[in-house]
Write a protein that binds this ligand. Structure first.
Ligand code: UTP
Length: 237
């Protein structure tokens, strides 16, 4: 089976505790797990941002705000583990080494953040490199990588396919403040470039986008690859 690492944005899985997509994602992940080995890195979402804002308001350092953010990513991963039941490893990996150890079993491996000054996209990129993934997928709240920020620049265009070098150019020097929000952060982009692992960026607000991409190879988004090989669908050997 092919190995796939998902960066499941918290803003997609749990925009807030009152409006989450945990049950729908659990169904989709269980289906995909019949065809591919899954490692899922869960982000912090709206609740992490609320905690980080509160931490700043009381004068915490950015590093402590990051650690609080990491704790929320792990709570989110625990909720997803609860929804996945027997299909998921019951322990949330707290390091890359733990994720590797849990990956030796058959179950879906779940993980949150690891260490300050990065995002779960970087965690997922490192895990993809570590486990020799065939593909990394970033599930986020935009439908791909644009030449500029589409919210502020009307001339921004979506790139259907781009090289890791072009991705690095676009990411540039993004903000690294706790809770910072870009499609993918610089550390993740650099790891993607050095590993050469294909990266698919799709809109995760509809969980069906993930199963269509992985199981049928049909998607609307951006594929970061040097070319050569067909990373999708992931159902082949
Ligand atoms: P993320 O920014 O990865 O969560 O982590 P997210 O909600 O998935 O982001 P999007 O919006 O959906 O893309 C939340 C916060 O937790 C801290 C950072 O402060 C980050 O902004 N964090 C996370 C770390 O410091 N280290 C990590 O390894 C992961």
């Amino acid at each position: 089976m092919k190995k796939v690492v998902l960066s499941l944005g918290g803003s997609v899985l749990i925009p807030a505790l009152e409006e989450h997509r945990i049950a729908r994602y659990a169904t989709v992940l269980q289906e995909i797990a019949g065809y591919a080995r899954l490692y899922v890195v869960v982000g912090g979402g709206g609740e992490a941002r609320r905690y980080i804002t509160a931490a700043r308001e009381i004068g915490c350092s950015e590093a402590l705000a990051d650690e609080i953010g990491v704790a929320v990513t792990r709570l989110n991963a625990m909720l997803l583990a609860g929804a996945l039941g027997e299909a998921a490893c019951p322990l949330i990996a707290e390091s890359q080494a733990e994720a590797m150890a849990y990956g030796a079993g058959e179950k879906i491996v779940l993980m949150g953040g690891v260490t300050p000054a990065q995002t779960t996209d970087a965690v997922a990129a490192v895990l993809a490199e570590r486990c020799g993934a065939d593909l990394m997928v970033n599930l986020t709240s935009v439908d791909g990588i644009y030449t500029a920020d589409p919210r502020t620049d009307p001339a921004a265009e979506r790139l259907d396919q781009l090289t890791p070098e072009r991705l690095l150019e676009i990411v540039g020097t993004g903000s690294l403040r706790a809770g910072a929000n870009t499609v993918i952060d610089m550390i993740a982009a650099k790891v993607i470039q050095r590993s050469g692992i294909p990266l698919l960026v799709i809109d995760g607000r509809d969980p069906g986008n993930l199963s269509r991409a992985l199981l049928s190879g049909t998607y609307s988004g951006s594929l970061v690859t040097r070319g050569g090989g067909r990373p999708l669908p992931v159902t082949g050997s």
